[in-house]
Design a protein around this ligand. Structure first.
Ligand code: ADP
Ligand code: MG
Length: 698
């Protein structure tokens, strides 16, 4: 190891990078743009991969200007020059030749590198007056008994930028590594990490930056990944404790009589899965602990009915309920469906979307605050609005899997008392792998509707090339002739870069479907026009709806049996599955045609997956394989989670361990205020304090 003769005072982790050798204003600027402002940030800047260093060369093989390493014996040394120009020179020989080594301004090396020693050096050689010279090489003294094999080194490759290279960062980190690592305090006790077969934090950082072997990298990663997952789970469990022990929700009782009365309103019997989830929810609602439950159910599994029952329980108990949808079309559909469901009852329903006129909105908000509206339906805009409820008891967030902790925290403020909170249900059709759900929504309980209403037939799915479009048109015509209905979905309204709504309408009405009733549906239509079209489509007065993805989620037209998706390679797997879920909701066999000439292997794999898999769960797993968890989670949340080392698709075992450990930690020290928690608490607040609104561990 490179050991300077005298150990200078270690520089604190907060030392600015500007004080490091070789860092001038420009380099400091370049470092700052990567967030690397001080020594502590530098050690925390981890390599994202490693390269096996080119095997060692013999001296004869050295190429000027190429980074290489050689080993040999020091045959002579000398100190030359004076003052700042002083340099240390050494001659290195191997069986093939001679290399001159030179270091400027490090005279103490003359006591470290001595004639007769065997040494390994690494650097770029240059020709100087016929001699081969290597200025400022990295070096390691070799033990006399070290086997004379040419070694490989694992070179860390760092995230870098246009103005600073990985190599330059590597040099700086090499410089500060020993002194910086020595100052890192472990937030766990030695016994704690030993029990879990994890290395201490200092060792982990050291091994990350300067590994001796791939095993060391794996070991270091495991520790750092564990820490990330533990912090995340700790935040989640603390939050959960806060919700459980500090916040209070209205207690909503469900008598048998009420349960029967609500069920009477539905024109069908609930499936066993729906019943099970309803009973899980009613049990939650009867407690003063605010519910946070994720209801997962594939497209068409009947989540709306479950949501409606929860809302009606709130209303029956004298409180209000709200349901939020991701699109106006879906909010309008919920409004229509609930209005029908509650026909002749005393339940008062309101619809709040961006399309509401200013006057109507003011009136609606006043009714809401006065308690004159029982069930409010709206878009997610509800969250950001100054909407006040008289007594909000149940909130349903429909068709939302990218719904993070922030939004739920915002919801909890919709009640007057800061210690009161509504019960919250999150409905999602995008099946989130359990492990991801646990991480993302760790403070949610999960219910799964794992059964479709009876009589559903899987949607046959076929992939067609664009040249086969006429086949799709013919199929639509055939089905329309039988009195069935079709959706055609296109990526854009105008069709500048892809096929548009109007292109399709023109093609169909001038070709295969001259007599059919065709309508268009997209985000630029006025609310009233949209509502008329949806109502007409539902009652069979329209045969074909050509739409953009405004119909992607939730839209429920049981008579539609054909879904044609144009330019299907432009859509993600979850999106395609959602779109396909718009058909196959009645008892007739449905078909989905994906029209595309896929341009990438991933697009090809997505289309193949759609054709071969029908369950949303299987598709989500496949999606996870193709894209990894990042996309599923959404960039924002991936950021919130601050997972840099841990990889949810790979570190599942570690996640389970971290979650279990975090749970028992919080149980033992619910306010993180024991002396052993000091560092942990500081780091947790640093990472998650604001994001999770951990108000009670201030
Ligand atoms: P999603 O889970 O996708 O939100 P919906 O709630 O929109 O599903 O329900 C899909 C369709 O299934 C609707 O037409 C709904 O009326 C119908 N449905 C829901 N539950 C049942 C059931 N138990 N039996 C028969 N049809 C049902
Ligand atoms: Mg739905």
């Amino acid at each position: 190891m490179n050991t300077p003769a005298s150990q200078p005072e270690p520089r604190p982790l907060t030392t600015s990078v500007r004080y490091l050798a070789g860092v001038g204003p420009a380099r400091a600027q370049a470092l700052a743009s990567l967030g690397l402002t001080n020594i502590g940030r530098l050690v925390a800047h981890l390599p994202f991969r490693y390269e096996h260093e080119r095997a060692e060369s013999s001296i004869a093989e050295l190429e000027p200007g190429v980074m290489s390493s050689v080993r040999g014996e020091i045959t002579a040394t000398r100190l030359a020059g004076r003052g700042r120009k002083q340099r240390f020179e050494a001659v290195l020989m191997d069986e093939t030749g001679r290399l001159d080594l030179v270091w400027f301004g490090q005279p103490y090396l003359s006591t470290t590198i001595l004639p007769g020693m065997r040494i390994w050096v690494q650097g770029k050689a240059a020709r100087r007056g016929g001699m081969l010279q290597m200025p400022h090489p990295l070096f390691e003294l070799l033990d006399a008994d070290e086997p004379d094999e040419r070694r490989e080194r694992l070179r860390p490759i760092y995230p870098a930028s246009e103005s600073i290279t990985s190599r330059q960062i590597e040099r700086l980190i090499e410089d500060i590594l020993p002194e910086a690592v020595a100052q890192i305090d472990d937030h766990f006790e030695a016994a704690y990490v030993r029990e879990r077969e994890l290395p201490p934090l200092r060792a982990a950082y050291h091994m990350m930056h300067a590994p001796d072997s791939p095993q060391q990298i794996a070991e270091a990663r495991r520790r750092l990944a564990y820490d990330e997952l533990f912090m995340l789970q700790l935040a989640v469990h603390l939050k959960r404790r806060h919700v459980h022990e500090v916040l209070r929700a209205p207690v909503l009782e469900t008598s048998n009589e009420l349960a029967a009365r609500i069920r009477c309103r539905f024109p069908y019997q609930l499936t066993a899965a729906q019943e099970r989830v309803v009973s899980e929810i009613t049990r939650d609602l009867a407690r003063a602990i605010p519910t946070s439950r994720l209801v997962q159910g594939d497209v068409g599994s009947g989540k709306t009915a479950v949501a409606a029952i929860a809302m009606l329980i709130a209303v029956a108990n004298g409180h209000q309920a709200a349901i939020m949808a991701p699109t106006e079309i879906l909010a309008e559909q919920h409004h229509a469906a609930l209005t029908e469901l509650l026909l002749g009852s005393r339940v008062r329903i309101g619809l709040l979307t961006g399309s509401l006129s200013a006057d109507n909105r003011i009136a609606l908000l006043a009714q809401l605050a006065a308690g004159d509206i029982d069930v409010l339906i709206g878009t997610h805009a509800l969250l950001t609005e100054t909407v006040e409820f008289a007594s909000l008891a149940v909130v349903v967030i429909d068709e939302q899997h990218r719904f993070g902790v922030h939004q739920r925290a915002a919801l909890r403020t919709k009640t007057q008392d800061q210690h009161s909170s509504p019960h919250i249900l999150v409905m999602t059709a995008t099946p989130i792998p359990r492990t991801v759900a646990m991480t993302l929504f760790g403070d949610l309980d999960v219910s799964i509707i794992d059964e479709l209403p009876p009589g559903r037939k899987p949607v046959e799915t076929r992939v067609l090339r664009t040249a086969q479009r006429a086949d799709a048109d013919a199929l639509i015509a055939e089905r329309v002739a039988l009195g069935q209905q079709a959706f055609v979905v296109v990526p854009t309204i105008e069709g500048e870069t892809a096929i548009g709504v109007h292109d399709v309408v023109k093609r169909l009405s001038q070709g295969a479907l001259t007599d059919a009733r065709i309508a268009t549906l997209h985000g630029k239509l006025a609310r009233t026009d949209r509502e008329v079209i949806m109502a007409d489509f539902r009652r069979g007065a329209i045969d074909v709806v050509v739409a953009t993805t405004v119909i992607e989620v939730g839209v429920d037209i049981p008579g539609a049996t054909v879904m044609v998706i144009e330019d299907a390679d432009r859509f993600g797997l979850a999106q395609l599955h959602q779109l396909r879920g718009r058909v196959g909701r009645g008892s007739q066999a449905s078909i989905c045609l994906l029209i595309a000439d896929p341009k990438t292997p991933d697009a090809q794999r997505r289309l193949e997956a759609m054709a071969s898999l029908s369950s949303g769960f299987d598709l989500a797993e496949r999606d996870f394989e193709i894209r990894g968890p990042g996309e599923l989670i959404g960039a924002r949340q991936a950021g919130d989670m601050a997972l840099k080392v841990a990889d949810l698709s790979r570190d599942l075992e570690l996640l389970k361990l971290a979650s279990k450990d975090a749970a028992s930690w919080v149980k033992r020290s619910p306010r993180l205020d024991s002396p052993a928690d000091v560092i942990l608490r500081r780091r947790l607040r640093h990472t998650y304090g604001d994001a999770l609104g951990l108000v009670d561990i201030g």
